[in-house]
Design a protein around this ligand. Structure first.
Ligand SMILES: [Zn+2]
Length: 289
């Protein structure tokens, strides 16, 4: 269902050139001003050459920025209650670029680190009446480079007023992860894919109040969403910052097969890691009670 291109142009950047694109501030400044990059500059892999000398992150060039996708917004039912709520709850022209930036940094740190970010050239956010919350897909003509995020206006209308902006940002960050993550050549478990998306959301401080850490231990490691996100958070704490990025990178390089994937990345099978996680959780609970 390809949509007419360019129906809604990218809103003019509200931040102008001249502002510092400091790596530590994931604001929309740098992102918004680079949405018009010529195509040859958006080709991925620009940072590989310096990767070996910058593993500690100290010598990163502040001038180097991740390529930004063209961002579009489609409001399919302008008179829909959810559409008005969407527009009055967030500012898409600043939120989208800053969320893209946040996702890129969460999964790839910095262009000079040697991670291979997918060449996502455009992301179109479509707000329309539909069931469910949101989903991400690639457009038929080029599903790898051109993504669509469909957001349900009915869902938007159902969020309690005080939660609207946080919830919408959280959902958008989650869906944007799907525009930038790898999937083990299509063979990674859906739960891992969804878990990584919610791990980024969790790290962004956008966890909704109904997420409860600890509930996941009753299920499987790949139950998905926040359940797997908390497990990934544990792995990140145990094996160090960048662990989830390494997992994502592993999902790029080879077709996912559970045993080799986990043992090669973290030195042991995922079932063992899951048991360790549950044990630690139990221990923490024991200490608390
Ligand atoms: Zn998802």
């Amino acid at each position: 269902m390809p949509l007419p291109q360019g129906t809604t142009p990218v809103p003019l950047p509200i931040f102008l050139p001249g502002m510092s694109p400091a790596d530590s501030t994931p604001t929309s400044a740098a992102a918004a001003t680079t949405t018009q990059l010529p195509e040859h500059l958006t080709k991925e892999g620009a940072g590989d050459k310096t990767a070996s000398s910058t593993t500690n992150g100290l010598s990163e060039s502040p001038a180097k920025e991740f390529p930004q996708p063209r961002l579009r917004l489609h409001l399919n039912e302008l008179t829909d209650a959810g559409t008005s709520i969407f527009l009055s709850s967030i500012s898409p022209s600043s939120l989208l670029p800053s969320a893209v930036s946040r996702v890129q940094k969460a999964l790839y740190v910095h262009p000079s680190r040697g991670y291979h970010m997918p060449n996502t050239r455009s992301v179109t956010l479509i707000v329309r009446p539909m069931d469910g919350v949101a989903y991400t897909t690639g457009i038929e003509i080029d599903p790898e480079q051109h993504k669509e995020i469909h957001l349900s206006s009915r869902f938007v209308a159902s969020i309690s007023p005080e939660r609207r902006s946080q919830e919408l940002e959280g959902v958008i960050v989650h869906e944007l992860v799907h525009c930038y993550q790898y999937n083990g050549h299509g063979h990674a478990p859906g739960g891992l894919i969804e878990g990584i998306a919610d791990w980024v959301r969790l790290g962004a401080g956008l966890a909704p109040p109904h997420w409860r850490k600890g509930e996941e231990v009753k299920g499987k490691w790949d139950a998905g969403y926040q359940h797997t996100a908390y497990f990934l958070q544990y792995l990140e704490e145990r094996f160090g910052e960048g662990t989830v990025r390494r997992l994502n990178e592993g999902l790029r390089t080879a077709r996912y097969e559970e045993k080799p994937f986990w043992t090669q990345t973290l030195g042991r099978p995922v079932e063992q890691l899951w048991e360790d996680y549950k044990k630690e959780d139990e221990l923490k609970r024991g200490t608390r009670s």
